[in-house]
Design a protein around this ligand. Sequence first.
Ligand code: G3H
Ligand code: 13P
Ligand code: ZN
Length: 349
Amino acid sequence: MPLVSMRQLLDEAAKGGYGVGAFNVNNMEQIQAIVGAAKETNSPVIIQASRGARKYAEDKYLFHLILAANELHPDVMIAMHQDHGNSFDTCKSAIELGFTSVMMDGSLKDDGKTPSSFEENVEVTRRVVEFAHERGVTVEGEIGVLGGVEDGHGAGGSGLEHITDPDQAVEFAERTGVDALAIAIGTSHGAYKFNKKPDGSVLKMDVLIAIHEHLPHTHLVMHGSSSVPKELQDIVNQYGGHLNPTWGVPVEEIQLGIRNGVRKINVDTDNRLALTGAIRKVFAETPEKFDPRDYLKPARDAMQKLVALRMTQFGQAGHGKDYTPLTIADMAEGYRSGKLDTRPSMAAH
Ligand code: G3H
Ligand code: 13P
Ligand code: ZN
């Protein structure tokens, strides 16, 4: 089967009441780990590449590696998503390359750092939706701003500075027609999210629940959703790394989100930690080794184990073959006919 539409994966997840992990990739081993975990757990999956990943790997390499995964494992439903597109042109180039989904992160200006105005965000996101939907491609927007900076992307600061306003989220969904909406509820990208186990004062699950009540037909997306488990921090530190103590988003909070409209959960940092811990262990225990396969294989295995666990925790495990995938042309027709219109005023009818 060809790469599938992210919108279809999320619509099915909403019917089934589960979430779908969206895992970032930069290289072959990460793609193999994700697809291996999807096979192992019978899960549909979203594979995503940031701008940094597209630049690092040269995006054609990444795209063709994903096509290879698709050819080798045609039974795994894979949506290929642009993570944090900063401009119309970034999203357009991803679509032209063959991505089946894009995120237009108009919460920041195209420098990827400065918070934009609501009107600027609406305008650029609406333009991407028009271009993407004509081609059957899914669009995720963002309203509110996450904390932290990853690879130059992010406004910095804590995740509490630009929490999403539920009324604004409704207006944004109405004026843009996005398929999915990333919201800011106190999380940040990267390892340093919270300095103790988060409670409601820093992780605003109440805001998420209010947004879902205001906007029941829009799929919500949780970014910055690595749990940064202590076990993974410990492995990195045990073998010569230096991570300061930190807390991520507890899995039970993500599961609460999934019960309240969250359908896509973005995870990158946990996988980075799993890979790095496994590599450091080989280096520390067998310093005589220098064949990259000797450390990349355990790294890939560690990431696959973690992704499989998250797929089970998010509930997507077991749902890999529940439905027949639609083609991107089918999706384009669905958008054209209005059948896939989720703007609040349309979805209410
Ligand atoms: O958005 C954050 C993801 O972890 C991607 O990070 O921009 O360093 O590739 P990156
Ligand atoms: P983490 O840094 O928590 O893994 O978040 C990843 C993310 O949101 C990618 O868009
Ligand atoms: Zn993100």
